[in-house]
Structure formats: C-alpha cells, structure tokens
Ligand binder design. Structure first.
Ligand SMILES: Nc1ncnc2c1ncn2[C@@H]1O[C@H](COP(=O)(O)OP(=O)(O)OP(=O)(O)O)[C@@H](O)[C@H]1O
Ligand SMILES: [Mg+2]
Length: 397
C-alpha cells in the first residue's frame, strides 16, 4: 500500500491537490482512498456534493465517488463512540466534577490528536485488510500534520515509559486514593482502552518511515511567508524520518495574465520559484498554475490532475528512497546522519536519553531510537555537512 501525505500552510491547496491525486490514482486502476484528517473538512466540498446539506455525515465512512475512488472524512464524534468510549467517559466524568455540564464536558473531552490517531488506526486497518492500493491523506495545516507524524513516536514512548508505571501505581493506590482524591482516578478500563488503541496503531511508525510506502508532498505558494513554513515543515518531516519526495508550488501566475496589476506578483513569484528549486534540490519541484476558477467538482479535479501528472504519470510511483536519516559505522566511531537542509548550527540541540538520541531544532524535538549496537554510545560531536547533520557517537570514556 502507498500512503501519500499532503501537507502545507493553510489555504495553499492541499485538499484540491490531494483530491486530484486521488482521481488520477483511481483512473490508473489503483483502489484509492482520499482521507481527510483536517477537522475542518472540505474534501467532500471539492467534489461538489452540494445536495446533502452543510454538515452531512455520509463521508464519516469511506464513500464511493466513482469506480475505484473512495473518500473519507474522519468524524471525531463518531470515532469517540467507536473507539474512545472508556477514555472519553472517564475524562468527561472528571470534567463534570469541575462544574461543567454534560455537553460541555463531552466537548472538552475531545483532545488534540484524537483525529490524527483515529486516522492512523484506519490507515493501519486498511493496510492489514489490504483494502486499498493508495491512501491519499489530506492533512490539516502544517502544525497539525506535524502532530500527526509525531504521534506514533510520542505514543510509543509513553507506552514504554509511562503507561506501565501509571497503570501499576494506580492499581495499587486506587482504593485508598479514590477516598481522598478530589477527582476519581482513571479506572483500569481506561488503561485497557489506551492499550487497545495503541495496538490498533502499532506498526504505523514503520510504515510512515518507509519511503517505499509513505511519501510526503509539501504544497506551497510562491510567497515568502509560505515558503518559510514549507522549509520548516521539510525539516520537521525529515526529523521524523519521513521522506518528502515532491514540492508542489500551487497558484503560479500563468503567462497569459498580462495585467499590469499583477506585474509585481509575477516578478516576486519568479524570484521565489528559483529559490524554491535551489532550497529543496534534489527533491523535485512541480508548478501548478492559478486557474481562472475555483477547483470544484470532478471535471475540474481531472483537469488539475492532468496538469499535475502530465502524460498520465503515476502519482504512486516511488521516486525517492533515500532515508531522511541513517546510521553509519566508521572505523572507530558511529554516525547518525540526518538530512537537514535548512538547519543552522546554533539551532540544533543534541542529547542522549536512555537508548535514544534526542535532537532539538527550534521548537521541534525528536527522539531517535538507536539500534542496539549504538544504544550505549554518547554523542561527542556534530557537524553540518552537505545538508546533513552528522552526529558522531562514541563509547563513554
Ligand atoms: N491552482 C488553483 N487555482 C485556482 N484556485 C485554486 C487553486 N488551488 C486551489 N484553489 C482554490 O483555493 C481554495 C483553497 O484550496 P484548498 O481547500 O485545496 O486549500 P487547503 O490547503 O486544503 O486549505 P485548508 O488549509 O483550509 O485545508 C479552494 O477554493 C480551491 O478551489
Ligand atoms: Mg484542506
């Protein structure tokens, strides 16, 4: 199964491009699902399903659009009922003790990340069932999609380090603590719910870090502010072990627009287009022109797909397989090499925690699990070399 993840700043065209990609994949014969992970769904809208009211729920499960194309908008209320019952019941009960009414408490019990986790469970399930050949993920603007990709490692860390401890301690102290604690402590069913959820996403991190399965496509516009966010996203995805295999610059002014009003826009776009090519090389950069209309309905999505994939190119083809980071053995030390094209020396923090190397860049942090042979080593030196962060690791003296 291939997973194609579309991410980028708000409003750049992620949903349109993800949908057009889905259309193209289905046309090529792949069993395709386009899944929206953005709580502010607009996937169904871009197929122009208008007959169904503003807040329909037909897409809360995969809905067939044509031949081999399904779309799915993850509906968090529905997911809570399906998968999060014990967790949500407990959190709701705690929030109610703080004075919220039932409906407010239920609203508050939807916490950040639930949508993303639910989407991951589906991706994992579809892979286990071999239900689709291609899953196109239409993500929320960058910040949330970063949460999406960091979720499995964070959760994995929690499950290994905190979960057994918490569950064990609570089992022991619950009978007494519940008498004195102002809020009821989570029952064991809360923990078994967490474990069940965890089992449902287990393995997804390997899937996302495998460039033969998952490719990230960053959507941007030829505007400075948007490009800067795209660069940060590139670093972050690389840090999380995902492979960005394409940058799509959307809404490029076509040559046919000669109106003087757009002169400055055209010039600044040209400058930025060259910069974008240089920044992201060797990742390929694809341009999509500004259309004279919104991209609404199947016909226009097909038109967009035609431009994105000329000559019926295959969006699911694996084009880049170089891993964002790798471990290398040198004669008397080991190296961790992380692709980090935009980072600067002063911004990078490194330390060791248990058997993990922790890399910090600005507000981002990643725990990189070290292979057993390197687990006892310490980082001694780091350098930036050819767009790579090279960390030397040695035995503690
Ligand atoms: N190349 C283009 N030419 C003209 N209109 C476009 C183009 N690309 C996208 N649009 C239009 O821009 C609007 C926003 O696009 P879209 O919803 O795909 O962006 P998004 O990145 O998914 O936004 P959000 O961050 O809100 O999810 C839509 O109305 C879409 O039809
Ligand atoms: Mg969108």
């Amino acid at each position: 199964m291939r997973i194609l993840l579309y991410s980028g700043k708000g409003g750049v065209g992620k949903t349109s491009l993800a949908a057009a990609t889905g259309v193209q994949c289905a046309k090529l014969g792949y069993r395709t699902l386009v899944m929206s992970v953005d709580p502010a769904h607009s996937l169904a809208d871009c197929f122009d399903f208008t007959s169904d009211g503003l807040f329909h729920s037909r897409t809360a499960d995969p809905l067939n659009v044509f031949a081999k194309l399904d779309i799915h908008e993850v509906n968090i209320q529905r997911e809570i009922k399906r998968h999060w019952q014990e967790i949500s019941t407990y959190i709701t009960s705690v929030l109610r003790t703080s004075g919220l009414n039932e409906v407010e408490a239920e609203e508050m019990a939807i916490f950040p990340g639930m949508e993303e986790l639910s989407a991951m469970m589906y991706v994992n399930q579809y892979r286990r069932e071999n239900r689709y050949d291609v899953v196109v993920l239409d993500c929320a603007p960058t910040a949330e999609s970063l949460r999406f990709v960091s979720m499995p490692t964070t959760l994995d860390w929690y499950m290994r380090h905190v979960f057994p401890l918490q569950r064990g301690i609570l089992k022991a102290v619950r009978p007494i603590a519940n008498k004195i604690s102002p809020v009821e402590l989570p029952p064991d069913s809360y923990f078994s719910n967490i474990r069940r959820l965890y089992e449902r996403i287990e393995g997804i991190d390997e899937l996302m870090e495998d460039p033969r399965t998952t490719s990230v496509r960053l959507v941007t516009n030829a505007e400075k502010m948007v490009v800067r966010e795209t660069q940060r996203a590139f670093v972050y995805f690389s840090l999380h072990g995902l492979t960005v295999d394409r940058i799509i610059v959307n809404r490029v002014l076509p040559d046919s627009v000669q109106d003087g009003f757009f002169q400055q826009w055209r010039e600044s776009q040209q400058v930025l287009l060259t910069e974008i090519e240089n920044y992201f090389a060797p990742s390929p950069v694809v341009q999509v022109p500004l259309f004279p209309h919104e991209i609404l309905g199947l016909k226009r999505l097909e038109q967009l797909a035609g431009l994105l994939y000329p000559g019926d190119a295959d969006p699911a083809a694996v084009e880049r397989t170089e891993r964002p980071y790798e471990f290398v053995k040198q004669p008397d030390f080991y190296e961790v090499r992380i692709r980090m094209p935009f980072a600067e020396k002063g911004e990078i923090g490194l330390f060791k925690k248990g058997d993990e190397l922790v890399v910090e860049i600005g507000a981002f942090r990643r725990h990189i699990g070290l292979p057993t042979s390197m687990a006892s080593l310490l980082p001694v030196r780091a350098r930036l070399e050819n767009r790579m962060l090279v960390v030397e690791m040695k035995e503690a003296a």
